[in-house]
Every structure is written in structure tokens, then in C-alpha cells.
Design a protein around this ligand. Structure first.
Ligand SMILES: [Cu+2]
Length: 355
């Protein structure tokens, strides 16, 4: 099935020239059998057919009905495997943003989500999608106890500038479309907590509330355009690339496209901790990953292993600098990996590419 090899990407970054992809072949000296011909292709949402989009959405709805892999009671808010991804993101928020592991951690996070859609909700053989009954009897990964981060010091010496914009066009519970019955089971959380280095004490709690969006074309157009992507790709160092992407430290006007697009869809996607509650999270981070991969591809010798920062939000001086040997984790979603395993989308356990 075609969908087994694709995950859709957000449309807000369309029209990006991809000539760099074609010009960078032959860069890999490893023994990987991955090639552009054998690599899975991640496709842009706008290029997908209606049946493909429907199949993708069906798989997401299936994940929302698939049981959590946490042991009962460990994370009460995790009612489904879709929620498990939220929980892992929430629990790691203070290390994986505005840090040296932001890009590699989210690369693997999106890959794990893609695999979950493929393996739990699309099926791999005759019979197509497995039934939910079959899913409930499959062996779940061994649940690991939730690791609660206890960092309580202020991690940023300077909070990002206040951001204002015209009001959005939506602003309320989603009342139509395929996710009309989707409930956000964690939070909402305060962004200020993140910038104070506080993981909310109640982060595991079951706090169901409606799925809220507030579409904001002004913000989407400001941060989701070709000029922004070109500026990202023009960065000469990974520090500059990360700064332009995340807006901290600010090297592009305003927020940068990563937080900008989070803000453009409204409160669910804006939640610094619980943003994977909006299914669009994975489309947006597909594009973040794509842009990073394209940037790496333009100068693999210098960029394939380029890192900058620490493994704590805001890169405080007390936090160790990230290297290729730094180990990163995704709780019960998958095994821990070194950052070095996450740097190339066409070697090691990765074999995918973007169009
Ligand atoms: Cu994130």
C-alpha cells in the first residue's frame, strides 16, 4: 500500500525548490544499502490524492483508538497510543526544544509516529489494516517508568520577545471534519512553565478538553513561505540554522518558522508541552525535518554531523554540550539512541527521502 511509504507534510511550506536534493547524491561512504531508489518517499500533503489523504487520516484516527502502551496508572492521561506520543513529548519538553537535540530528537519522534501508523494502523500483509481486537493482543514494547525531570531553575536568561498578531479566523472547539470527536487528554499547560524550567507537576493527569484551533493566516503567511525557507537553507552553520528555525536566538525577524507555524493553527498546536495533540504537529515537523535534511544535503561533508547546543532548553552553561555520542530517549515509544544515529535520513536505520 502506498501509504506505507509516506507521511504527509504540511502545505504551508510549499513551492520549495528541491534541486539541492538531486545535486547531492553520492555523498555517503557508509555501507548502507539505502539509495534514492529504495528509500521511502515522504510526500507533500498538497500533492496527495484525496484517497491518499483519506487513508492517512483514517490511520491517524485508528492510532487514536489504539490502546496506550503505558502500564495502567503510570500516565493516566494516555488513553491511546496517539496520546502516548503526547506524553513522551510533554515529559521531554525541557530538553528537546531550543537545544542541541531539537532537530535529531524530533526526527526520530516523527519516524516513530510514522512507524506506529504503518505497523498498528495500516498493516503489513494480506488483510490490510489490523483490527483493533488484533492490536490489543499484540505485544507492546516494555513500558518504562516515566522519567520525571526535576529541573526547577530558570533556564533562559532572556525570555523571547512578546509576540502579537491579528486575531485568527477560528477560535474554538473543532466542530467539523475528521477530528471533530478528538479530545485532548493532557493539559493545557503554561508556556511560562517551560521557560522557567518547570515540568508541570500534573503533566500525567487525565484532563480531557476539546480540540481547539484558531487558524491565523497572517501568522501562517509570515512564517510559511518560500522566502523563509530560502533564508533557512542559506544558513552557513548549524547554530545559524537552528536560530533561524526556532527564533532563539533570533536571527530572522520574529519567531522563526518552527514556533510560527505552531502558533498559526491555534491553541492545541501552540501548547509548548502538549502540541502533538494536534495531528498537524506531525505534518509541521515533517517539514522541519525536511528542511534540515535539505540543508545537510547541500554540504554533507560539513553538515551531516554538525551539532550546536546542549541537551537542555535554552542551552544553559551548566548543561553538557551535545555530541554524536549523546544518548536521547523516547520512553516507551522506542529504544534510546545516540544523536549520531539520527543525523542522516538515508543511513543506519533510516531510509527515507523527501520530494
Ligand atoms: Cu516539540
Amino acid at each position: 500500500m502506498l501509504l506505507k511509504t509516506l507521511i504527509a507534510l504540511c502545505t504551508v511550506f510549499t513551492n520549495l525548490a528541491i534541486s539541492v536534493l538531486a545535486s547531492g547524491s553520492g555523498r555517503r561512504a557508509d555501507t548502507s544499502t539505502c539509495s534514492p531508489e529504495t528509500a521511502a518517499v515522504r510526500q507533500e500533503w498538497g500533492d496527495m490524492t484525496d484517497p491518499q489523504r483519506t487513508a492517512y487520516i483514517d490511520a491517524v484516527l485508528c492510532l487514536m483508538s489504539t490502546p496506550s502502551v503505558y502500564s495502567p496508572g503510570v500516565v493516566p492521561g494516555a488513553k491511546s497510543h496517539f496520546d502516548d506520543f503526547m506524553a513522551v513529548h510533554i515529559n521531554n519538553t525541557l530538553t528537546i526544544h531550543i537545544s542541541g537535540i531539537f532537530l535529531p530528537w524530533h526526527r526520530e519522534f516523527v519516524r516513530l509516529y510514522e512507524q506506529a501508523l504503518q505497523q498498528k494502523c495500516i498493516g503489513t500483509g494480506p488483510g490490510g489494516r489490523r483490527s483493533l481486537r488484533a492490536l490489543s493482543s499484540t505485544a507492546a514494547p516494555p513500558p518504562s517508568p516515566a522519567t520525571v525531570l526535576t529541573m526547577r531553575h530558570r533556564v533562559l536568561t532572556r525570555l523571547p520577545k512578546a509576540f502579537t498578531s491579528p486575531r485568527g479566523t477560528g477560535g474554538g472547539c473543532v466542530t467539523g471534519g475528521p477530528f471533530v470527536n478528538h479530545t485532548i487528554n493532557f493539559g493545557p499547560f503554561s508556556t511560562n512553565d517551560a521557560f522557567e524550567g518547570i515540568l508541570p507537576a500534573n503533566w500525567q493527569d487525565y484532563t480531557p478538553h476539546c480540540f481547539v484551533r484558531d487558524l491565523n493566516d497572517y501568522v501562517a503567511n509570515m512564517y510559511g513561505n518560500t522566502t523563509i525557507v530560502d533564508a533557512l537553507l542559506a544558513a552557513s552553520t548549524i547554530a545559524e540554522f537552528q536560530g533561524n528555525m526556532t527564533g532563539y536566538p533570533a536571527t530572522l525577524a520574529g519567531l522563526g518558522p518552527h514556533p510560527g507555524i505552531h502558533i498559526s493553527l491555534g491553541w492545541a498546536l501552540q501548547d509548548f508541552f502538549a502540541s502533538p495533540g494536534d495531528p498537524a504537529f506531525y505534518l509541521h515537523h515533517g517539514m522541519v525535518d525536511r528542511t534540515w535534511a535539505l540543508w545537510q544535503e547541500m554540504d554533507p561533508e560539513n553538515r551531516q554531523t554538525a551539532l550546536n547546543g546542549t541537551a537542555s532548553l535554552g542551552n544553559p552553561v551548566t548543561s553538557p554540550v551535545v555530541t554524536l555520542d549523546t544518548v536521547v530517549e523516547w520512553g516507551p515509544l522506542g529504544p534510546a539512541k545516540t544523536v549520531g544515529e539520527l543525523m542522516d535520513i538515508m543511513s543506519g536505520e533510516y531510509c527515507y527521502r523527501y520530494v
